[in-house]
Ligand binder design. Structure first.
Ligand code: 13P
Length: 264
């Protein structure tokens, strides 16, 4: 049975009121489906990643839902120091305070707009693992890198940096998210074959780096995933789920992606 991961990265969107509405609409709709999914032999893990300022609203809204249907709560970034003079940063204990179980790290917007280098991201991956949260590690090539035939070099460099010094047990706990930069927010998703090719390559490399050929590795695809392309992408052998940006902001479209798998 293939377990599917459906993660919604809200980026710098969704205030408290919008967050509460999302939980009301999405949670209410999904209620009951876990049993339905189990009956169909499917399992699904749903998580949402609100901005820091809406974590409290998300945590509060989830208390009104049937426990079995509450999405996991995650954050979009974190700093690795536990506390201190780091103006503007948020620590792992602070995220735990809101019940966060996951943290997105290395998103291309953090890498390109905010200049986060591989080494800083690797330090965050280590700290998040040490704290027993799940790092959702993002990586992927730009359009220029793809056109210059550099996709596999870039993906390899980013994965090697993140996994440097990590044990096989740690490597297995990371959720990997291949997000080609040219597909993010452009409406132009990678084709299912393009995504499959890089996700399959990633799994092989991660297993090699961890020195464990049989290790389970979870790799998601992200980049313009929408209700109309989700079913095909999620059916690919090496793709374990989707990290959705724009289409996760409305309960309606996120739910349609959910149903694309549930009814597949
Ligand atoms: P879009 O789905 O809006 O392209 O964003 C993808 C993404 O960056 C998720 O992290």
């Amino acid at each position: 049975m293939k377990k599917i991961y459906l993660y919604g990265n809200w980026k710098m969107n969704m205030n408290r009121e919008e967050t509460e509405k999302f939980y009301k609409d999405f949670g209410g709709q999904v209620a009951g489906d876990p049993a339905l999914l189990a009956a169909m032999g499917k399992t699904l893990e749903v998580a949402v990643f609100p901005p820091f300022t809406s974590l409290a609203a998300a945590e509060g809204a989830s208390k009104n839902l049937d426990k079995r249907t509450v999405p996991f709560l995650g954050a979009q970034n974190v700093y690795f120091e536990p506390k201190g003079a780091f103006t503007g940063e948020i620590s792992i204990p602070m995220l735990k305070d809101f019940g966060c179980a996951h943290v997105i790290l290395g998103h291309s917007e953090r890498r390109t707009i905010f200049g986060e280098p591989d080494e800083l991201i690797a330090g965050k991956v280590k700290a998040v693992l040490d704290a027993a949260l799940v790092p959702v590690f993002c990586y992927g090539e730009t359009l220029a890198e793809r056109e210059g035939d550099k996709t596999f070099d870039v993906v390899s460099r980013q994965l090697r940096a993140a996994l440097s010094g990590r044990t096989p047990g740690e490597a297995e706990k990371i959720v990997y998210a291949y997000e080609p930069v040219w597909a993010i927010g452009t409406g132009k998703s990678a084709t299912s074959n393009e995504a499959q090719e890089v996700c399959a390559y990633s799994k092989k490399l991660i297993r090699e780096l961890a020195g464990s050929a049989a290790m389970p590795v979870v790799v998601l695809y992200g980049g313009s995933v929408k209700p109309d392309n989700a079913k095909e992408l999620l059916s690919m052998e090496a793709i374990d789920g989707a990290l959705v940006g724009g289409a996760s902001l409305k309960a309606d479209s996120f739910l349609q992606i959910y149903k694309a798998y549930a009814n597949n």
